[in-house]
Design a protein around this ligand. Structure first.
Ligand SMILES: [Zn+2]
Length: 427
């Protein structure tokens, strides 16, 4: 069995181009292309190499957007949202919203790819805006900050792939909003996303954030003023675009919920070490903190900071937690960014990658926040979440489309957007 990951970029791209762009048969491709050891590749291997091209993001699949649902969500939550062009002029009071008609296994990939496409457009539009304001047009740089998490990671790596082919993009600065969370999984730490930009552009600046993911509330201010964090926070004043996801309070994979359990376990380990026994079990300690959050009507968390239907829950005041997430922004600062024209907070929403739970309740809160506290200027979500928000069953949705006499619309919502077109190749 061939190790496809070890094949050169050149070979993988060549096979993808022959297969997709030039529509050659697998036989013709197998006859023409040889691996580095001059061995022939088989016809079956052509498919595997095209899949490898997808993995390397040489081939990107863009799902079409579903405008009708975005309009209906905008009406339901009185968002005054833009669902067509005008990306850069969108702000928290008239946000841009996009619904991606993707379901199943590839939903997070499709939503994050749409977010990356939007981010590229925002980078261009914001650069133009900055050039108008700036004397030194060559010095214009667009700053993009990424939160931790799986969808943010896909968005960053897709953006890197797009940068490879779009040489006319303005210089970029990339900021990590927080440090990693899980010491056994470094892949979702924002600073690691920057590796995908290596070797693509010489002029990319990067700003990591080195900190514990959570710190004690009473130490928060002093830690924030410590040298390395203070430098990152100061650099963040330049940030133009924030890309972030959020977690649902009920999802066990949310980082705030996971941290509460880890924190409780540490208390028990420490007590056992110091006194030989622990007064309470880790479960009881964790539950006590979760109860405090539930008393504050916690529905979700963004960048590890909790919120409810009315807005952010400030740790130590709105909710009695002894710890607080350390990152570039607190939620009120995100809301400030989202309000400004030619700045953007892109919130990405798809079901949890681990348990497939939709983030409907948490998203409902984000949509209900008072306008001045709204965290996003741009929102990208999957169709399943959009239907959940509107209380549409999938079958009911089909009926609506059929009643409209719109067979095309029906087809679009039923089928994944990843279908390949092109003439049938001989087997
Ligand atoms: Zn989950």
């Amino acid at each position: 069995m061939r190790n496809y990951e070890s094949l050169s970029d050149e070979l993988v791209y060549d096979v993808c181009e022959k297969f997709i762009r030039y529509n050659l048969s697998t036989k013709d491709i197998a006859d023409e292309v040889k691996d580095p050891e001059k061995h022939k590749i088989s016809r079956e291997e052509v498919y595997a190499i095209v899949r490898e091209g997808l993995r390397r993001k040489f081939v990107l699949l863009f799902a079409p957007v579903e405008r009708e649902l975005a309009d209906r969500i905008s009406d339901k939550f009185a968002l005054n949202a833009i669902t067509n062009i005008e990306h850069a002029s969108a702000t928290a009071s008239a946000p841009f919203m996009s619904v991606v008609p993707s379901r199943g296994r590839s939903v997070m990939e499709s939503v994050a790819t749409e977010a990356a496409t939007l981010t590229i457009k925002l980078i261009r539009e914001i650069a133009e805006h900055k050039k108008k304001e700036s004397r030194d047009k060559k010095a214009v740089r667009v700053h993009v900050a990424f939160a931790a998490g799986a969808s943010s990671k896909i968005c960053a790596t897709t953006l890197a792939a797009m940068c490879r082919t779009q040489a006319d993009l303005p210089p970029l600065a990339l900021h990590a909003i927080s440090s990693g969370f899980d010491i056994t999984d470094t892949s979702t730490a924002p600073a690691t996303f920057f590796q995908s930009f290596e070797g693509i552009r010489e002029d990319i600046q990067t700003y990591a954030l080195y900190s514990a993911p959570f710190v004690r509330v009473e130490e928060y201010k002093a830690k924030r003023e410590s040298t390395s964090i203070a430098k990152a926070v100061r650099a963040a004043e330049e940030v133009d675009i924030v890309v972030t996801g959020f977690a649902s309070a009920t999802d066990e994979h949310g980082e705030l919920r996971r941290y509460i359990h880890e924190y409780a376990q540490e208390i028990v380990i420490r007590e056992r070490k110091e006194k030989g026994t622990a007064a309470r079990s880790a479960e009881d300690i964790a539950q006590a903190y979760l109860d405090k959050l539930h008393e504050a009507r916690w529905t979700g968390d963004c960048q590890r900071h909790p919120f409810n239907d009315d807005g952010p829950l400030m740790e130590g005041t709105d909710v009695d937690l002894p710890f607080k997430a350390m990152g570039l922004f607190e939620l009120p600062q995100l809301a400030e960014l989202a309000k400004q024209t030619a700045k953007a907070v892109v919130v990405v929403c798809s079901p949890c990658i681990h348990c497939n739970l939709t983030r409907k309740t948490a998203l409902q809160s984000l949509l209900q926040f008072p306008k001045k506290a709204r965290l996003f200027s741009h929102l990208v979500m999957d169709i399943g979440t959009a239907e959940d928000l509107l209380g549409i069953e999938r079958t009911a949705k089909t009926e609506i489309a059929a009643a409209d006499g719109s067979k095309e619309k029906e087809k679009k919502t039923q089928k994944p957007a990843t279908k390949r077109t092109g003439k049938k190749r001989p087997a």
